[in-house]
Design a binder for this molecule. Structure first.
Ligand SMILES: N[C@@H](CCC(=O)N[C@@H](CS)C(=O)NCC(=O)O)C(=O)O
Length: 205
């Protein structure tokens, strides 16, 4: 069975939603406190020297990290959770999947640990990344192609990011006001019966 190292509500939630949606069973290992010195830091660092969640250990012992890579891995065996290969939508899916982790995710990395990157101006870095993230979400809003999902009728693994990231800054009220389409997708993911348990375990509901 796959082992997921994570913390409720953290980025590991995105991978838990993807695994649950595709029906892949996993064992959750809570490494709360991993980002400070202590036993969970040591536990996680042994499998992932970067010490980030999600970190997965697969059936064969292989370590898998990066939510986008996890999505692509799951699509190998569950292709129905993304637009069909070769289609224009597939290209847009791939673009936005990588865009999300290359652009939006780092704004949290910098804002969560601002003293790591700008020891002399942590509040300024937190503020500037928050503003920049809003511009990213406003652009993403324009890319939404339909309802109820990002690509219209069929859910894709990209949709799994939205309810989790919406819980982080700038939070639900901002999304409802400024990016109603993203907000509706997050709501739709939150409404899926098969995800209720994992959403509750991660305090998304
Ligand atoms: N690019 C990674 C980012 C993962 C990430 O930054 N996770 C955060 C928690 S939400 C983390 O572990 N931060 C600790 C750190 O960066 O030191 C992904 O998409 O999985």
């Amino acid at each position: 069975m796959i082992h997921v190292y994570g913390v409720p509500g953290y980025g590991s939630t995105i991978s838990e939603l993807m695994l649950t949606l595709t029906g892949v069973r996993y064992n959750f290992i809570n490494v709360d406190g991993f980002d400070k010195a202590g036993p969970n830091h040591d536990l996680l660092e042994k499998v992932n020297p970067l010490c980030q969640v999600p970190t997965l250990v697969l059936d064969d012992g292989e370590v898998m990290t990066e939510t986008a890579a996890i999505a692509l891995m799951l699509l190998d065996s569950h292709p129905e959770f993304a637009p069909a290969p070769g289609s224009p939508q597939r290209h847009r899916f791939l673009r936005l999947l990588v865009w999300m982790v290359a652009n939006v995710y780092p704004t949290f990395t910098y804002a969560d640990y601002p003293e790591r990157w700008a020891a002399g101006a942590p509040a300024q870095l937190r503020e500037s990344t928050a503003r920049y993230r809003e511009t990213l979400y406003r652009w993403l809003e324009e890319q939404v192609e339909g309802t109820p999902w990002m690509f219209g009728n069929d859910i894709s693994l990209l949709d799994c990011y939205l309810p989790v990231m919406r819980r982080w800054s700038p939070r639900e009220a901002w999304f409802a006001q400024h990016t109603p389409k993203l907000n509706a997708i997050a709501d739709a993911v939150c409404g899926l019966p098969e995800l209720q348990t994992v959403l509750r375990a991660n305090q998304i509901l």
